[in-house]
Design a protein around this ligand. Structure first.
Ligand code: KMT
Ligand code: NI
Length: 179
């Protein structure tokens, strides 16, 4: 449901897996060290799932909507697809729960290398505020995801570099051991 690996350095279709040769997988514990948290949930019953309810209550995720990423359902599809893949950060967590389809969230590790996180049906991922990341569809070309948020949502992406933002500094302090 959630797998992660280091990306190769090649350009080319962003929707391909971009494994290194040989493949170099990254554990969920390793992701957690970067502040990236993940769960495996029952996506067929997400409307009534008690485990999801508990996570939402504990973390204060009062807001919820659904994003359906396909040309028919997402307004300005091409532009959004392009913007999602620009390296950026947010001043709040990015919380996505995949209930259908799949996609790649790429995050930077502490050496600034790309880790590709493959989110599939039943996977919930939390990217911490201030982490540089990007998103792309994979070869299936479709994802339907719940978006959760604490209070009124702010989706503003700050494209790299935005190192002076408090959220960036706080991220570095919390997860990179910076002073
Ligand atoms: C973002 O901010 O990068 C996104 O919302 C990605 C798309 S959600 C599957
Ligand atoms: Ni984002």
């Amino acid at each position: 449901v959630i797998q992660a690996w280091y990306m190769d350095d090649s350009d080319g279709d962003q929707r391909l897996p971009h494994h290194k040769e040989p493949k170099e997988f990254v554990s969920l514990d390793k992701l957690a060290e970067l502040g990236v948290l993940s769960w495996r949930l029952d996506a067929d019953n997400f409307e009534t799932d008690e485990e999801l309810k508990k996570i939402r209550e504990e973390r204060g995720y009062s807001y919820k909507d659904i994003i359906d990423i396909c040309p028919e359902k997402l307004p300005n599809y091409e532009e959004k697809i392009k913007n999602f893949f620009e390296e950026h950060l947010h001043t709040d967590e990015e919380i996505r729960y995949c209930v259908a389809g799949s996609g790649y969230f790429d995050v930077r590790d502490r050496n600034d290398a790309w880790i590709r996180v493959w989110l599939k049906k039943g996977g919930l991922i939390i990217l911490p505020a201030g982490i540089y990341h990007r998103f792309t569809l994979d070869e299936s070309n479709y994802i339907k995801a719940l978006r959760l948020f604490v209070g009124e949502p702010v989706w503003t992406p700050y494209n790299r570099p935005h190192d002076h933002l408090p959220a960036r500094k706080e991220y570095l302090t919390a997860f990179m051991g910076n002073e």
